[in-house]
Structures are given as structure tokens and as C-alpha cells.
Design a protein around this ligand. Sequence first.
Ligand code: UT7
Length: 333
Amino acid sequence: MKSLMIQGAKILSTGSAIPSSSFSNNEISKFVDTSDEWIVTRTGIKERRLLQGIDKSIIDLAVLASKKALDKISMDPSQIDLIILATSSPHDLFGSASKVQYQIGALNAVAFDLTAACSGFVLSLVTAFQFLQTGAYSNVLVVGADVLSKWVDWSDRSTCILFGDAAGAAILQSCSSIDNSILNFQLNTDGNYSKHLSIAYQHNITPHSNLNLYQGSFKYISMNGKEVYKFAVFQVPLSILKCLNSVNMSVEEVDWLVLHQANERILTAIAEKLSISSNKIISNLRKYGNTSAASIPLALDEAIQEDKISHNDIVIIAGFGAGLTWGTIIVRW
Ligand code: UT7
């Protein structure tokens, strides 16, 4: 992070929302050839929440998570200047953030979507930080929301067992640079590996007869699990170390590791590589599975509610996923 910091930023509040319907591994094993034992051993996931209902979308979850974050600090939505909605499962390809803006009554806020799959919340937090640092805006709402259940092939056992639906929100506010709590960030992309995780567009075989234009639709999620696993376990510790080193911090100073909740084995392997005690890993995979852009804010919100994270704790937030993209943020809570 190279910065000419004018202002600092701090995270004032968090909120989260999950669908009411829970599905256990045993229920999934009724329609694909899998078992509770396989899923728990290989991923740590026991159940996931899925958004049911024809008229339900990420907007419902994002609105609920945002309202909870606002209520916690009794903030009037009109005080929000900017909303960034991290999602890869929008309700409208033109964007869903404006609907969230309207439904929460944040009528003074500009709102846009940011697409970066499971790294979406990290990239959105860093984007929000830029607007706060320059003094352009005072209050920013960052929401991570995904309903990948709409994009999963429910006959593909290698992916359908992994994902769940959720939303998480954080409200950031500008402050003096002395009080800044976003201590550093480190971001990366390698498009060469994008083929390993995608919801690809596929066009029709025959073009529109007069215009030679191909139209189409999106496929289901396709993932090379092994490659993504190897990438995460190799690259994420390096990103965390680079991020710490460039502000002269050591892994011993880290109080909490809030990683994208993809697989319990990935969380443990990353912590081991960094020699960080497994007690410092925040994990809620067991209950929710991989909720993509929502996983980090959902885990953060729960950890705060459970009084795990306290004032002045050093929290490492690291995301990774499709793109491939990955990155780290160091927060002094
Ligand atoms: O959020 C985005 C980032 N995504 C990730 O980080 C995901 C990273 N990858 C992973 O978490 C793991 O690779 C998976 C959990 C997806 C898969 O675990 P794995 O230990 O890498 O299993 P595998 O793909 O090597 O498959 C091992 C075996 C295969 O059978 P054979 O070829 O050995 O006979 C699979 O067909 O397990 C089989 N298998 C299953 N068996 C029962 C794959 N999925 C299942 C299943 N139930 N659901």
C-alpha cells in the first residue's frame, strides 16, 4: 500500500443476514452421491443456508445485513455517502446496489456493484478506504452478498456441497489519520488461472439471422477444486506476510485471522504456514459453507457478537477466489 493519507478510516459497525432454511449434508446426500462423512472430513462443512422462494434475491439479504449494521450504531441511512455491493450473483446484470440503496433509504448515497467473487468483500473494503482516505466521503457501507445456490449445478457433487447463501455488511467512517485502523493492504490478480473457477458465458450456436450476433446465457459454476486449493494455500500466506512486512509487523502481533471461509483444511493450512495458532482462526464454515463475498463479513459479524474480537486487536482479513484474485487487509480493531 503506497499512500498519501489525508484521512484515516475505521470500521464502525457490522451486520449480517442468512436465509432461514438450513440444509444438512445428509439432505444433500439424498440427491448426489456424497456423504456427511466425506463433506465434513474434506471441507469442515456440516450445513448451509439456502435462499428459497421465487421472488427472493441477494437484495433481500443485503438489505437486512445493512439495516442491522445501521441499527447497531443508530445511524440514519441518509448519512451514508457511498454503498459498494460486492456480489457475483446480482439480481440484475446492470447492478443491484441501487436497489439496496433505495430499500434501506440511503437516498444521499451513490451505489455500485463490485464483482470479484470470494475476494469481493476485501476489494470493496479497500475501495471504500480510498474514498475515505482522500476525504471524498465520510460514511461508506460495504456489503458482501451472494446467492451462489442459484448458480450451482445441483447434480455436481464436487461443487454443490460447498456453497451457501448469505450477506454481511460493514460501515466505515473517516477519521483523523492518527486514529486510522486500516493499517495496510495487499492485493493480487492472476487472470491466467481464471479457467479454474468460473460462471462462464455461453452463446447460442447459431447467430441472430440478420445481424450475425451471438446471444446466450451463463453456465453453472465450474471449479477445479484441487488447483484452487493449491493456489489458496500457496498464495494467501505470502500475501499476508508481504502485507505485515511492509508495515514492520510480525505474525506474533496478529490476534485474529479472518479468512475467506472456503474449506476448513485451507484455513488450517494457511495458519500452519504462518505459524499462527489455530485458536486465532475465525471459522463458521460448519454452519454456513462457503458464502463467497459474504463469508468474511459474516464471520467478522459473528466474531464480534461472540465478543471474540476486541478493541485494539490486530485482525488479518484475507480473501481469495475466482479471477483468480487474492488479498489481505490488516485492521487494528
Ligand atoms: O471460494 C472459492 C475458492 N474455492 C475453494 O477454495 C475450493 C478449494 N478446493 C477445495 O476445497 C477442495 O478441492 C474440494 C473440497 C472442492 C475437493 O476436495 P479434494 O480433497 O480436493 O477432493 P478431490 O477433488 O481430489 O476429489 C477426491 C475424490 C474424487 O474421487 P476419485 O477420483 O479419487 O475416485 C472425487 O470424485 O472425491 C470425490 N468427490 C466426492 N466424493 C464424495 C468429489 N466430491 C465429492 C463429494 N462426495 N461431494
